[in-house]
Design a protein around this ligand. Sequence first.
Ligand code: F0G
Length: 437
Amino acid sequence: MEARLVCFDQACRATYDITEVLYSCPRCGGLLEVDYQDWDFDPAVMKRLWRERRMNETPLDQSGVWRYRELIPFLNDYRHVVTLREGNTPLLESARAAAYAGLKTISFKHQGFNPTGSFKDNGMTCGVAQALRLGMRRVACVSTGNTSASMTAYASAAGLQPIIFVPHGNIAFGKLAQALEYGALTLQVEANFDEILALVRKLAERLGIYLLNSINPFRVEGQKTIAVELMDQRDWRVPDWVVLPGGNLGNTAALGKGFREMRALGLIDRLPRLAVIQAEGAAPFYEFAQRRGRGEFCPVRNPETLATAIRIGAPVSWPKAWYEVTQSNGVVEKVSEEEIADAKAQIGRAGIGCEPASAATLAGIRKLVARGVIDREAEVVAILTGNLLKDPDYIYRYHTGQLVTPSGRRVAGQFANRPIVVPNDPDRIAEVLACGV
Ligand code: F0G
């Protein structure tokens, strides 16, 4: 077994040693991926082994990422691994959400159950392991919030110094609070995500910091295991659709790679179709897909959405994501602020809950079912990327009629659940409750 870095650009395919510190191909500037050679195992034996590991108490086997380590064999020494027992996230069904989407059934792979409350933890345990292996001391990321929370936790747990760059005023408080508490050196930059990422990509080498954004191919390896755990939970029955929100598009790249590799290794017999959902005000990938990938990829200059996690106009991983969408015969859809907000409230009412960006999935599915793209009877899995508590401010505004879109529209909130202020008076309270409010 040999792991190496390979340029994703199909015309280049230059290869590099797995221990080189690279974020893009020195020859052509393309994205890099981790590639494995002579990869061969018995699928039935592996499936059994992965199940058995659930019963072990060792940290590596308790991790929902490293349990599947045969599928991410880029390390030569597992002593570099720092695990917070990431992964292990549930697959939740909801009749209520299915009815809202117009489907017979739906299930949610809820990545918000991760240690820092988002899907980033799956990738971060791998990124930080690679940083330790390379002997790095300082790690950094640019983030709309979740990556910074996750990176800070893993870096601190590993004894590394975390440095984060976030757009000032445009990250949810839950996420900023986490990063501060986990000990990040926090730089709130007066620019948007795309601008800051371009800046930090240039600065990384000069400052001697290791970048842990999703251009880091080791992050992608960890996020792949979301697809693996999902298939394990479904006894390796492939769903018709896997639906996920699209921001910087690292997760689309990761899940697509995961499904393709599982098929190549004989773990599954076909690929699910991927549906990527973007917010209307930050939808360059949707526009590109509308043109069937013809012409240039045009970034959105001033991306806007209340789903701040996906407020991204120049997604770095678009070439990988486009490849995965086309390979899986997938689709890209966009949804409005109102559609996201109402879908989010429905996921909440189902007792599940998620952050705004995650709810783009249900909103998108509803649209795709209405358009006949997704069949009513189809088996659909939506990836909920972040926890409900990440963005409490959004929730309070929605339920109290104070949620205003970036263009100044007040969101009507079809499912608003207003709190009622009552005096300290038993009669008055009994009166209010008797009204069946
Ligand atoms: N959902 C949530 C909750 C996110 O935090 C992100 C990205 C996405 C979806 C989109 O995933 O970028 O892989 O397409 N958050 C990044 C961050 C950008 O900095 O936390 P993607």
